[in-house]
Design a protein around this ligand. Structure first.
Ligand code: IMP
Length: 182
């Protein structure tokens, strides 16, 4: 059956379905299977990066069968006066990470700047291991030297919304992932 998707208008832009919810769920199940295999005999601490991760985290965690904990953090952007770049400060982490097997959950990795910074901050807290699970990776834009162990979909350099991802605050509630309509 050919599916014809109706374009979705969010703010000033039109979007069309790019990855449907069923394909997202199938992909997440394979990722969870791999994590369950890799973490046999261990008890990882999943750390989700809000806000975008809320749907991915919920669906991934339902498929995790090894004993595990889950926590969420936020990254607050502020302008570092000493440099020109945007610095993202980690807030909301209450757990002691020392000796823990941490799995960071992220909705999308674009340039990798955000994840690189977060990865360094978490490593400094001396967990036993830190791995990254991202649902989406903009593979042509990603430039950082950080290991992305679990990647759901490698996507081209196009702005996407839905399934947690927003365009200026809107679109997070959409069940499917949409891309900007050319
Ligand atoms: P990075 O630091 O360049 O990897 O950007 C990562 C952050 O940018 C993500 O956590 C998202 O908040 C945001 N982002 C990057 N690409 C998109 C997109 O296509 N849609 C929505 N948000 C995005």
């Amino acid at each position: 059956m050919i599916e014809i998707s109706t374009p979705m208008k969010v703010h000033d832009k039109e979007f069309e379905v790019f990855i449907n919810y069923q394909d997202i769920l199938d992909n997440i199940k394979s990722m969870a299977y791999q994590i369950n295999e890799d973490y046999q005999g261990r008890s990882p601490l999943f750390i989700g990066v809000l806000n975008g991760v809320f749907m991915f985290a919920a669906d991934l965690m339902k498929e995790i069968t090894v004993p595990s904990e889950i926590s969420f953090i936020k990254l607050a952007s502020y302008q570092d006066l000493a440099s020109t770049g945007q610095v993202k400060e980690l807030i909301g982490l209450k757990e002691d990470l020392s000796g823990k097997d941490v799995i960071i959950m992220e909705d999308i990795v674009d340039t990798g700047e955000t994840m690189h910074h977060l990865w360094q901050q978490l490593k400094a807290l001396e967990p036993r291991s830190v791995e990254i699970a991202t649902l989406l990776l903009k593979v042509d834009v990603f430039k950082k030297d950080i290991p992305l162990k679990y990647v759901g979909f490698k996507i081209p350099e196009k702005f996407v919304i839905g399934y947690g991802l927003d365009y200026n605050g809107h679109g997070r509630n959409l069940k499917d992932i949409y891309q900007i309509k050319e």
